[in-house]
Design a protein around this ligand. Structure first.
Ligand code: SF4
Length: 448
């Protein structure tokens, strides 16, 4: 059985018309990674239900039968480090990497997803079109607009597509930099017929995304995913997940979330609740009550990381009952001062309390995310992280804990990107790396 035949589809692909546009929709990583991306799944289904498109999927390891002359090639771009795979895939299709080197017989290369929406400029030379923001309405508007100029020359197509709100055509803008390795000074359209500003698109509905395919070949085997919330109201100053997709939107519980869950559980018993901060859904308690009903007893439940002070005993019990052994909380730092700097509204006592609740609810492990290299960070701040871990152990509150620390590398979009740049963030991270190594030596193996 191939990866594609192992798929259980939760939508009905259209039968393409004879004159359908041949389109390749790529994910710049392996199939198991790409098919686990909810964004990729949803965009693929949105394209595949159109009878005016003939969609073929392309991953770095496998692909569906590809058209000889695709007209459109799209990329779902979720992680920066996948950019090299964008190049590999373009090369495998015999398409020039730079937009400027493409001619009339080449397809239009478009991309979307969090990486490009957060900051398209580093990739602007390689994409003919970038779709900024939520895809719910944008994608269909983009395809509709392409159909209107399908027979036109490439330049006319690009100029027409640039009129679609949310579609950025880099070649139609002049970008001026303060220095070759400096900041952008200005972005101006090439003429008055091109919009001066491209408006990132924001979907305002309260029906959020849900898996369109379930497969045992996914990185999270046979998982059905539902998006519980989009964005996060906490707005920690470093958090792309919050700022990139503002405003905070919860899925309608009764009208869309529960029906979506029930649809997916007809084909699998593994459920993933996704979102930047799922426990902040205003009806999260009611969702837990719903999932605690006997008909869901066999469901294996996974949650993306949760806000520390929303870890309740009931949540831990629900996860335990549904075959989850651990919970992940993002504490960022043991230093209360640093948490104030990053606008993380969290006290050390609440971290201890989360550990108590996790253990009381039966979870056997607690995972903590931390950050180093935060502007203004001092070695004492890292010492306080060590102290916090020791306090967590001393409280007897927790089961084995794992702290995973990453260095802050500020992306554009959120306020900390400016602070990070001005405080020589890279240097801070290097100094922090030494301090983290030193701090780690003061923890015995049992303390992490
Ligand atoms: S609570 Fe978590 S998801 Fe929300 S803004 Fe802060 S870091 Fe981001």
């Amino acid at each position: 059985m191939t990866a594609f035949t192992a798929e259980h589809l939760l939508f009905t692909p259209a039968q393409p018309r004879a004159d359908a546009v041949p389109l390749i929709f790529a994910f710049p990583n392996e199939y198991s990674v790409g098919i686990t991306s909810l964004g990729y799944q949803v965009v693929w289904a949105t394209l595949a239900i159109r009878e005016d498109l003939q969609v073929s999927r392309l991953f770095t390891d496998i692909h569906e039968p590809l058209p000889t002359h695709p007209e459109l090639v799209g990329f779902s771009f979720s992680w920066e480090l996948d950019y090299v795979n964008v190049f590999s895939l373009l090369e495998s299709l015999d398409i020039p990497l730079c937009s400027a080197d493409r001619s009339e017989h080449h397809p239009l290369i478009f991309g979307g997803g969090p990486v490009l929406t957060a900051n398209p400029e580093p990739f602007a030379d390689f994409f003919d079109l970038v779709l900024l923001g939520d895809g719910e309405n944008l994608l269909d508007q983009f395809i509709d607009a392409y159909q209107q100029v399908r027979q036109a020359d490439r330049s006319t197509q690009l100029r027409h597509l640039a009129q679609v709100p949310g579609v950025y055509v880099p070649s139609l803008y002049h970008v001026t930099y303060a220095a070759p390795d400096g900041e952008i000074q200005a972005i101006a359209p090439v003429d008055e017929h091109i919009p001066a500003q491209v408006q990132k698109q924001t979907y305002r509905g309260n029906t959020l995304s849900a898996s369109t395919v379930v497969t045992e070949k996914a990185a999270w085997e046979s998982i059905y995913m539902v998006e519980v919330v989009r964005s996060c109201p906490e707005m920690c100053r470093f958090c792309l997940a919050s700022y990139l997709t503002l405003p905070f939107r919860p899925a309608n519980l009764v009208g869309s979330l529960i029906p979506a869950i029930d649809r997916g559980l007809q084909v699998t018993n593994r459920l993933g609740l996704l979102g930047a901060s799922v426990t902040q859904h205003p009806e999260f308690e009611a969702l837990l009550d719903h999932l605690n009903q006997p008909q869901y007893d066999e469901v294996r439940l996974s949650l993306s990381s949760v806000r520390t002070n929303t870890v309740t005993e009931k949540l831990a019990q629900t996860l335990t009952k549904h075959d989850t052994r651990s919970i992940t909380i993002a504490v960022e730092s043991g230093s209360e001062r640093l948490r104030r700097v990053i606008n993380k509204k969290l006290e050390n006592d609440q971290i201890i309390q989360a550990g108590i609740h996790a253990k009381a609810g039966g979870l056997s492990a607690l995972k903590l995310y931390g950050m180093a290299g935060i502007p203004s960070e001092q070695p004492e701040d890292l010492e306080q992280t060590v102290a916090m871990l020791k306090a967590l152990k001393k409280s007897g509150s927790r089961s084995p804990a794992h702290l995973r620390m990453q260095y802050l590398c500020a992306e554009s979009t959120h306020p900390f990107s400016v602070v990070w740049r001005e405080s020589s963030g890279r240097k801070t991270a290097e100094v922090s790396a030494k301090a983290v190594r030193a701090a780690r030596h003061r923890l015995s193996p049992g303390e992490l």
